[in-house]
Design a protein around this ligand. Structure first.
Ligand code: ADP
Ligand code: MG
Length: 164
């Protein structure tokens, strides 16, 4: 298991991190996004979509569970499972066909469906730390993959800090 920690201090920096990962995303990858309400999961997703070359606006699909975006380099399956009752509800929307499909899946609130996430998923956790300021976020990326191929790592996070 590889693990990287990135600190951002503005929505723009979290968006840029998402964009970076979207640019590098490969078919079939699954990204799990967790963190409290307002942590920045959707901001990250919006950057990620831009990185995939998706034009239109991307919003939080809280009331629809799944939003599919075509038109980018790869299809994006954007899930927000905050309101999911149980795993059976995921079956109904064809979860497995998406997650094991050729597009890229991004799952907000993945912790709610932890038991049906593929073991190969990359986990991204966004946390606030109030004592570090209102816009500070600590973003932890974990996965079995070589994360260095997906992130610009330390160099990038220094750049973020310099943007302040
Ligand atoms: P979530 O999808 O996790 O519920 P959103 O992405 O919808 O959260 O909202 C995140 C909110 O936090 C936005 O209003 C954004 O402007 C704000 N914000 C402040 N600092 C950051 C940061 N460093 N990264 C991401 N969002 C931030
Ligand atoms: Mg959201």
């Amino acid at each position: 298991m590889e693990k990287k920690m990135i600190e951002t201090s503005s929505p723009a920096q979290t968006y840029a991190l998402g964009r970076e990962m979207g640019e590098r995303a490969r078919p079939g990858q699954v990204f799990c996004l967790d963190g409290d309400l307002g942590a920045g999961k959707t901001v990250f997703t919006q950057g990620f979509a831009e990185g995939l070359g998706i034009a239109g606006p991307v919003n939080s699909p809280t009331f629809t569970i799944l939003q599919v975006y075509e038109g980018g380099r790869l299809p994006l399956y954007h899930f927000d499972v905050y309101r999911i009752g149980d795993a059976a509800e995921m079956d109904e929307i064809g979860y497995e066909e998406y997650v094991y499909g050729e597009g890229v899946s991004l799952i907000e609130w993945s912790v709610r469906i932890a038991e049906i996430l593929p073991p190969s998923a990359v986990h991204i956790e966004i946390a606030r730390e109030p004592e570090k300021g209102f816009d500070y976020r600590r973003i932890t990326v974990k996965g079995e993959e070589r994360l260095a191929d997906m992130l610009q790592t330390e160099k990038r996070s220094d750049e973020y800090k310099e943007e302040l």
